[in-house]
Write a protein that binds this ligand. Structure first.
Ligand code: ADP
Ligand code: MG
Length: 244
């Protein structure tokens, strides 16, 4: 076993008779930023959801360090505090303020005091530039601001790796940049990140590795220079030529 945070071996996921992930193998090491690209329906979200057990794998193993999380022995709350997730639709609690959204998980899951949780929330809300909005409700802020709050909420749990599922896909175009900027800063600060995205510029510029998925398989997993400038597989070439 190496020093991987996440190691996936022969992962398969079926929905009914439909196989949507087939023999997925890959690893995420500390401080790595890995982007996952591919067409809609290729299984990207299902893969992320399997990694924090929002979906149960049909077979195969997913190791968090040396623990196989598919055995059910690790608590889901503990796993999800270590392996955080940021969703396309933000998933903020609309009845809570920005600050409360960033505090509740820390108190419930990590059993932190209210004071410690608030201090931690302020630290990360400041990091994403949302410290002036702590008393706002989600309905009072923009989509880009909501996603920055969702990122601060995830960071306040001090995860070891953060999964992002198309974090800018639900945003108006003028708000995409502010969220990508926050994500780029996080990447440069050494956060381990696994990012499903259609933002090819971000993938090219920020990632250490790019994984291209098609029809439930990993077709290609390589450095961004190779994926974008010299893809080895015809399916990768075809996908990228459609994106440009
Ligand atoms: P992507 O994120 O790459 O667009 P998804 O992982 O969302 O792809 O979906 C992969 C395939 O699995 C799609 O065909 C989708 O319809 C199917 N799928 C996803 N979630 C479910 C589910 N809960 N039940 C049945 N089929 C699903
Ligand atoms: Mg998806």
């Amino acid at each position: 076993m190496g020093n991987e945070i996440i190691k996936i071996e022969h992962l398969r996921k079926d929905f009914g008779s439909r196989c949507v992930l087939k023999d997925i193998n890959f690893t995420v090491k500390p401080k790595e930023v890995v982007c996952i690209i591919g067409s809609s329906g290729s299984g990207k979200s299902t893969l992320l959801r399997c990694i924090n057990l929002l979906e149960r794998p049909t077979s195969g193993e997913i190791f968090y360090h040396d623990k196989d999380i598919t055995t059910g022995k690790m608590s889901l709350a503990k796993l999800r505090s270590k392996v955080g997730m940021v969703f396309q639709q933000f998933n903020l609690f609309n009845n809570l303020t920005v600050l409360e959204n960033c505090v509740i998980g820390q108190m419930k899951v990590l059993k932190r005091s209210k004071k410690n949780s608030e201090d931690m929330a302020m630290k990360f809300l400041t990091k994403v530039g949302m410290e002036k909005f702590i008393n706002a409700k989600p309905s009072q802020i923009s989509g880009g601001q909501k996603q920055r709050v969702a990122i601060a909420r995830a960071l306040a749990m001090e995860p070891e790796v953060l999964l992002f599922d198309e974090p800018t896909s639900a945003l108006d175009p003028e708000m995409v940049g502010e969220v990508l900027k926050v994500m780029k800063d996080l990447a440069q600060s050494g956060l381990t990140m696994l990012v499903v995205t259609h933002e090819m510029g971000f993938a090219q510029e920020v990632s250490d590795r790019v994984v291209f998925m098609d029809q439930g398989v990993i077709v290609e997993d390589d450095k961004p220079e190779v994926i974008f400038n010299n893809p080895q597989h015809k399916r990768t070439q075809e996908f990228l030529s459609r994106m440009l």
